[in-house]
Design a protein around this ligand. Structure first.
Ligand code: GRG
Length: 297
């Protein structure tokens, strides 16, 4: 008998419309926010990204028997942080990119100053959303702590700082992995932990999710590097081949394409093995893990 696996796009569609609706509502800011700033915020926040991190929050909560609606503010908060980091990453003083998600980058449309402020606003809004909309307050405080650590100087911001001067100084694979664990992995892991916190996951559930999250984060970065080598700019919505142009050290640069692919496959297999212990409620996380390997953008 053939076993039918539900395609990821179909599983993701169960969540993305409500995530987009919630992001739309959170960014419909009152008149005290200057309209130009509001437009710049919404330009990036509502642009068509994969919503991978919000999906991880919601699917992790669901995997632990939690309520998706209760986790939605946290799903939006991580997307706000992600969106701010992309706006700032694209600035001329950082990666200087013209295209993101198939559209001109925020500063190309709104100007550099407003793009910086839109990023600042999103970073701040993320914590307001958690503090205001996660209940009870104690859970909100845990969520704020988790997200602030993942977005802060020892994780996202620190990883980005290292990456900026990494062109010259990264000389070994463990160091490259350490940078990506902070720059990309920390927010992915935090997304999973937020879902677990809100769903009041047990110690056993948390351990399975941690093992999953660590592997997914690294595999995601490896496939990101592979797409930069071999991806199609139209599907990516941004230029391909930029890492090599900038002399950036990447996983394919260290390991070669074949070995990088093999490594990503192994990480994904381990991630899936960890999360299947949670039973059928982890279907979404399993499907997302397969998708990380198969994605073309
Ligand atoms: C500026 C503090 C600061 C941090 C920037 C996000 C980031 C750190 C750098 C982006 C560079 C990059 C390509 C990193 C690889 C992993 C990554 C974050 C990819 C983009 O995430 P996706 O693929 O994007 O989930 P979408 O557009 O689908 O949301």
């Amino acid at each position: 008998m053939e076993t039918s696996i539900t395609p990821f796009s179909q599983i993701a569609a169960r969540y993305t419309a409500s995530v987009d609706e919630a992001l739309d509502s959170y960014s419909a800011l009152p008149a005290d926010c200057p309209p130009r700033l509001c437009e710049a915020i919404r330009y990036s926040l509502l642009s068509p990204g994969k919503r991978l991190r919000p999906l991880l929050v919601l699917m992790s909560a669901e995997a632990c028997g939690g309520d998706i609606a209760a986790a939605m503010p946290a799903a939006c908060a991580v997307e706000m942080i992600h969106s701010y980091s992309l706006i700032h990453d694209d600035l001329p003083c950082m990666d200087d990119d013209d295209m993101r998600r198939g559209r001109p980058t925020n500063h190309k449309v709104h100007g550099e100053a407003l793009a910086v402020l839109a990023g600042d606003a999103l970073l701040t809004m993320a914590f307001e959303v958690l503090a205001n909309d996660i209940h009870p307050y104690r859970t909100a405080a845990f969520c704020c702590l988790e997200l602030s650590r993942a977005a802060g100087p020892t994780a996202l911001v620190g990883g980005q700082a290292d990456d900026l001067d990494g062109v010259a100084s990264v000389s070994d694979l463990p160091r490259l992995e350490a940078i990506h664990r902070r720059k990309t992995g920390a927010l992915i892991l935090a997304s999973i932990r937020l879902g677990a916190i809100i769903a009041r996951a047990s110690r056993r559930q948390r351990a399975a999710l941690e093992a999953y999250g660590e592997r997914i984060g690294l595999a995601f970065q490896i496939t990101d590097d592979l797409l930069d080598v071999a991806g199609d700019a139209a599907a990516l919505g941004k230029a391909a081949g930029k890492d090599a142009d900038r002399g950036k050290l990447t996983f394919p640069g260290f390991l070669g394409v074949e070995e990088s692919r093999r490594r990503a496959e192994q990480l994904i297999a381990e991630a899936i093995a960890a999360v299947t212990t949670l039973g059928p409620t982890a279907e979404g996380l399993e499907s997302l893990a397969h998708h990380v390997l198969q994605r073309n953008h």
